[in-house]
Design a protein around this ligand. Structure first.
Ligand code: ARG
Length: 464
């Protein structure tokens, strides 16, 4: 970013002013430091606008050709890192327009006919976000397939399912992983739905009221791949719902990943020992030589905070704004950019990390043996023998208390002992007290029986 001596007319709007803005104000109001990221989309939007002006007889064919030639050269400069962004030209739009004019002369000055930076920036951000959503969708899909792959290897791996973080009932580890597959599937639906509303064209709204030139908005929409045009010019330049709903959807993605992270952290703790993360996702301690810390999932858990913050920031940005465009809107970009950056990085690293998880089925099995995980199965067994569920619940509670006192699991109690709690118990009870029996009995769609999980895995593969 360079700063040259600002002439009053540096920004392309200052003919009206008798003195240049102060240095401080210039720095305060400029957005080029961050919105230069929109450059390629700004050029694409300008080209579509210029071609439409040409087709409608508002610009000459020569002007359009000059603009196309200039933009091609300018794009080269940007891609090669040779473009000189100037702070006194305020933002990406004025920087590009000024350079275009240097390259091709008057045609560059005619480009802004029938448009305003207000509809221009709204268009750029929508184009940028649409591309970002597509990348995020690919990232979500990548993580889903990493989860599927790990799940496929662990349909028959039994682990304790928890409620209140207390051992509840046995579940298949694959079933547990597929729960996250479902969350991510909903995240992708939300993103796709949001994309439909992002994908509308503001250009043509000009500053706020539309333009007096005979423009063809549908043509511009077609060229830029927008599904529709924004139907109201005031709304077109001022609406930022699309950014807010995107950020809300992003917050949910991060929330889901944070929950999984919390589990990975717990599972990796030696107290659980269910999994081990590959070394490349962990760091050591500078003082405790034995430590292997799950830094990546911890950071993911932490980064939800910034994305949630961006959501609140954007909501707050909009809440008091009168129609139509206000400079406040310039503040939409940094939170949006950071949300996308955070999400893309997190998704990429996560897919890789899930692929590197080492599972310890023996540790899961040992944890299952300590939590009376098949107590519900014993109650269900008694119900099948005619005992009312509430009574069965009480019988099993007493059996668990006894097992706890003698320090064993339910299937370790001798038959005579079990029968002392209820005469309805027979020899066949041991079949339901095992982990395998418990799992296999939940064979309906959505249940954790290996047969049901295998079916769910197959369907999930088809949905990808
Ligand atoms: N940099 C501005 C933004 O990001 C572009 C639009 C400026 N429009 C204006 N009337 N000052 O919102």
């Amino acid at each position: 970013m360079t700063e040259s001596n600002a002439s009053p007319a540096a920004g392309g709007w200052s003919g009206r002013f008798s003195e240049p803005v102060s240095e401080l104000v210039k720095r305060y109001t400029a957005s080029v430091g961050f919105d230069h990221r929109l450059a390629e989309f700004d050029i694409r939007g300008s080209l579509a606008h210029a071609r439409m002006l040409g087709a409608c007889g508002i610009l000459s064919a020569t002007d359009v050709a000059d603009i196309e030639r200039g933009m091609a050269a300018l794009l080269e400069e940007i891609r090669a890192g040779r473009f000189e962004w100037k702070l006194e030209l305020e933002d990406v739009h004025l920087n590009i327009e000024r350079r275009l004019t240097e390259l091709v002369g008057d045609a560059g000055k005619r480009l802004h006919t029938g448009r305003s930076r207000n509809d221009q920036v709204a268009t750029d951000v929508r184009l940028w976000l649409r591309a970002a959503i597509d990348e995020i969708d690919a990232g979500l899909r990548g993580l889903q397939s990493a989860l599927l792959e790990l799940a496929a290897a662990h349909v028959d791996t039994a682990m304790p399912g928890f409620t209140h973080l207390q051992v509840a009932q046995p579940v298949s580890f694959a079933h547990h992983l597929l729960a996250y597959f479902e969350m991510l599937a909903r995240d992708r639906e939300r993103m796709a739905d949001c994309r439909r509303r992002v994908n509308r064209l503001p250009l043509g709204a000009a500053a706020l009221a539309g333009t007096s030139y005979p423009i063809d908005r549908a043509r511009v929409a077609r060229e830029l791949g927008f599904e529709d045009i924004c139907r109201n010019s005031l709304d077109a330049v001022s609406d930022r719902d699309f950014a807010i709903e995107f950020t809300a959807a992003a917050s949910l993605v991060m929330t889901h990943l944070s929950r999984l992270s919390e589990e990975l952290i717990l599972w990796m703790s030696p107290r659980f020992g269910f999994i081990d993360l590959a070394d490349r996702f962990c760091t050591g301690s500078s003082i405790m030589p034995q430590k292997k810390n799950p830094d990546v999932p911890e950071l993911v858990r932490g980064k939800v905070g910034r994305v949630n913050g961006h959501l609140i920031g954007l909501l707050t940005l909009m809440k008091g704004q009168p129609l139509a465009y206000n400079k406040d809107n310039q503040e939409d970009k940094e939170p949006l950019f950071d949300t996308v950056d955070t999400l893309l990085m997190t998704l990429a690293i996560y897919a890789d990390m899930v692929g590197g998880i080492r599972v310890r089925p023996e540790a899961m099995r040992a944890a299952l043996a300590q939590g009376y995980a098949t107590a519900t199965d014993l109650a269900d067994y008694l119900v099948r023998r005619g005992v009312p569920f509430r009574d069965a619940h009480e019988v099993v509670a007493r059996a668990v208390r006894h097992a706890e006192q003698v320090g064993c699991d339910l299937p370790d109690l001798p038959l005579a002992q079990l029968q002392a709690f209820s005469p309805a118990i027979g020899e066949d009870v041991y079949a339901v007290l095992t982990v395998e029996g418990s799992l296999a009995s939940r064979a309906h769609p959505g249940g954790t029986a290996p047969s049901a999980v295998r079916e769910a895995l197959e369907q999930a593969r088809g949905r990808l």
